[in-house]
Design a protein around this ligand. Structure first.
Ligand code: KDG
Ligand code: MG
Length: 414
């Protein structure tokens, strides 16, 4: 089973996606997600110029050997561009192996450890009323766990709040909350930030949400790297009465030591790592039990093979998965996360934001969403097919994530 064709397909139905498509000499096709939001074309160049020529003629069955060859032979290791490219190869090879065996990928990873995957959705609002409506609408869609993001008095615009969402192009729909469609344009949008106002306001919102929705509903919150360690400690402590499922990215991820300080002050569970790329980024914080959930994405952590190793390591410390699943992870990356999540013992929760109708036209999927639970389905491989003609209708468009400045103009983590 020799790889005899490797194509890199860029499409932008509602946002940009990069997909690697491998074909074997016996006609099997496997796809992998290599999308790196806002820096997509860097991965396209890495794949086309440096990975595709190395894949042609290789045995498609040798997933681990191909991973090690791409990782070690380059000399230059880690980093989001390299690891997204390797992730796409890894996913595509698991897809092919599943199709060759006639099995869904989760069966090849050891079989199902549960019947479905608890998933959380994103609710938000600039006011409590708007937020409550958003929580209710997520509950109506079946979500049994909900991330809560709130506007902050005095701040005009915060990443992740519904009123900032743009509309689905051409759909006439308004106010869909997520980051799809992406904000197209030649420059990133500037937003404002004030951590003290945020720290004062957020606990009042969680109190209101608990009063409205009761103690049972699992609630999550994303701090989006905006706090210093002592500010994060303060927030974790002030949120303890509201029993969060997790507080995510409370400090910038570069410095694992910060989490030690946060841990000394709060029992609010911590989730981190959506921008991490390897097990080595996690090594210290797992070993020292500084987190409770691993947020890595299959797409950015070198694929199913490498994220599984990371999660197996985390399992020794009772740390669970909380794989990244925003709409900038393509349906291929989401399917890979579902197969992995279904098979491992230490699954925690899966982030899930529905893709747009246009995205679903390009990527035909077989996962199911039942009563707040995801399941990857039982088709051989990953269970996602890319419609190349539909993909061709939506060419790449430059799009950036926003960024923050403080009132005095200082650039801040966003
Ligand atoms: O590409 C960046 C987004 O995926 C990220 O900002 C979303 O923080 C995010 C989340 O938790 O889904
Ligand atoms: Mg996040």
């Amino acid at each position: 089973m020799i790889i005899d064709r490797a194509e890199v397909i860029v499409t932008s139905p509602s946002r940009n996606f990069v997909t690697l498509r491998l074909t074997t000499d016996d006609g099997l096709v496997g796809i992998g997600d290599a999308t790196l939001n806002g820096r997509e074309l860097a991965v396209v160049a890495y794949l086309k110029d440096h990975v595709v020529p190395l894949l042609l003629g290789r045995d498609a069955h040798r997933i681990e050997d191909t991973w090690q060859f791409l990782y070690r032979s380059a000399y230059w290791r880690r980093g989001p561009v390299t690891m997204a490219a390797i992730a796409a190869v890894d996913m595509a090879l698991w897809d092919i192996k599943g199709k060759a065996a006639g099995m869904p990928v989760y069966q090849m990873l050891g079989g199902a450890s549960r019947t479905g995957l608890l998933a959380y959705g994103h609710a938000s609002g600039t006011s409590n009323e708007e937020l409550f409506d958003s929580v209710r609408s997520h509950q109506e869609q079946g979500f049994k766990a909900i991330r809560v993001q709130t506007g902050v008095p005095g701040l005009k615009s915060i990443y992740g709040i519904a009123s900032n969402a743009t509309y689905e192009p051409g759909s006439g729909k308004k106010g869909r909350y997520d980051y799809e469609p992406a904000v197209r344009g030649a420059l990133p949008k500037e937003e404002d930030w004030d951590t003290r106002s945020y720290l004062r306001h957020v606990p009042t919102v969680f109190e209101a949400v608990r009063n409205e929705f009761g103690p049972e509903l699992p609630l999550l919150h994303d701090g989006h790297h905006r706090m210093t360690p002592i500010q994060a400690a303060q927030l974790g402590k002030s949120l303890e009465p509201y029993d969060l499922f997790w507080l995510e990215d409370c400090t910038p991820a570069e410095n694992p030591e910060s989490l030690r300080l946060v841990r000394q002050h709060t029992t609010t569970p911590l989730a981190i790592g959506e921008i991490f790329n390897t097990v080595w980024d996690y090594q210290q914080i797992i070993r020292e039990q500084l987190i409770d959930y691993v947020r890595g994405a299959v797409t950015h952590m070198g694929g199913i093979s490498h994220l599984k190793k990371t999660l197996d390591y985390a399992a020794q410390y009772q740390i669970k998965s909380g794989m990244h699943g925003p709409t900038d992870i393509s349906p291929v990356g989401m399917a890979a996360a579902m197969h992995l999540g279904l098979s491992i013992h230490n699954f925690g929760i899966q982030e899930y934001m529905k893709h747009s109708d246009r995205t679903n036209e390009v990527f035909q999927q077989s996962f199911t969403w039942t009563d707040g639970m995801l399941h990857p389905g039982d088709l051989p491989g990953l269970g996602v097919e890319l419609d190349v003609d539909a993909a061709g209708k939506y060419p790449y468009e430059q799009a950036y994530l926003p960024f923050n400045r403080l009132a005095d103009g200082t650039v801040h983590d966003w």
